[in-house]
Design a protein around this ligand. Structure first.
Ligand code: PMP
Length: 289
């Protein structure tokens, strides 16, 4: 069951007009929110980021945070599975094709849910492979825009060679993955690229850094050069749906000793503990307190 413009319905019955600006221009933003034990994880952070994306494209938020929370709870309740991921999508609505913003047109609001499966154990134990590519996206990557063509093309480069992700490099420095954030480990220090307009401020990225602070894990937030990626002891990938994953091969060369490393194992365990706290009904979410 999905939500579309005020109604709940089976996804097969959901249609949007061809003049929707999401279809015509990719003029919209989205969010992906995991729900564990039917509770949205870090909801306040996701709604903050949604507001940032809406501000970035000058589209008014159609709902208050409380309204979003109610809607998302209803979508979760109408779908199967204790763990789900919610996909929320807002476009600038339906109007005669013209680049200029339409006046007094309601936005299109769509929410769907899919089962959230943990990453395959085989990849957590054996590690995953990634390739690198030049980051050729626009320079507002902090906006979670639905116009994802560059990300689609970059991710496909990885799919073509049976790799999990494409790691992006802009002007000699790491930005992020085609659909994930990337951390590097060098000499037992966790390195994270600083948030900027060149990367999506990942919700999982924040969790990892909070866990590093809380557990005295040495870490630095700074620019990471291409050479540092290529000589990393470990590379970690994070996203709401993939959580934390070890990248053990980069451009067909081993990362470290080609096995998931100590930093990955530690952060993975901490992340699972953190999730369990959330599922027991505590919400250790700084943004909501
Ligand atoms: N960067 C990009 C480009 C992404 O698509 C994603 C996944 N939505 C992320 C980073 C990770 O963000 P999050 O941890 O909030 O899922």
């Amino acid at each position: 069951m999905i939500y579309l413009n005020g109604k709940f319905m089976p996804i097969e019955e959901a249609y949007i007009p061809v003049l929707d600006r999401g279809f015509i221009f990719g003029d919209g933003v989205y969010e992906v929110i995991p729900a564990y034990s039917r509770k949205p994880f870090r909801l306040a952070r996701h709604l903050n980021r949604l507001q940032h994306s809406l501000d970035g494209i000058r589209l008014q938020n159609p709902f208050s945070d409380k309204d979003w929370e109610n809607l998302l709870e209803q979508v979760i309740a109408k779908n199967e599975g204790e763990d789900q991921y919610l996909y929320l999508h807002i476009t600038r609505g339906v109007a005669k094709r013209d680049h200029a913003f339409p006046v007094d047109v309601p936005p299109t609001v769509f929410i769907m849910s899919n089962p959230l499966l943990p990453p395959p154990a085989q990849l957590l134990v054996g590690g995953a492979s990634a390739i690198t590519a030049v980051d050729n996206r626009w320079i507002r990557c902090d906006v979670k825009a639905i116009s994802l063509l560059p990300n689609v093309l970059l991710r496909q480069l990885a799919v073509d060679v049976h790799a999990l992700e494409t790691i992006l490099i802009r002007d000699g420095f790491l930005t992020e993955g085609a659909a994930s954030n990337i951390f590097v480990v060098k000499n037992k220090v966790l390195l994270a690229p600083p948030k900027s307009h060149l990367m999506l401020p990942g919700i999982t990225y924040d969790v990892v850094l909070e866990l590093a602070v809380a557990n005295q894990i040495p870490h630095e937030i700074r620019e990471i050069s291409e050479t540092e990626i290529r000589t990393a002891d470990e590379i970690l990938l994070t996203s709401s749906t993939k959580e934390i994953m070890p990248i053990t091969s980069l451009d067909s060369k081993p990362v470290g000793n080609r096995k998931p490393g100590k930093m990955f194992t530690r952060l993975y365990m901490l992340y699972q503990q953190y999730k369990a706290t959330h599922m027991r009904g505590h919400f250790p979410d700084a943004a909501s307190s």
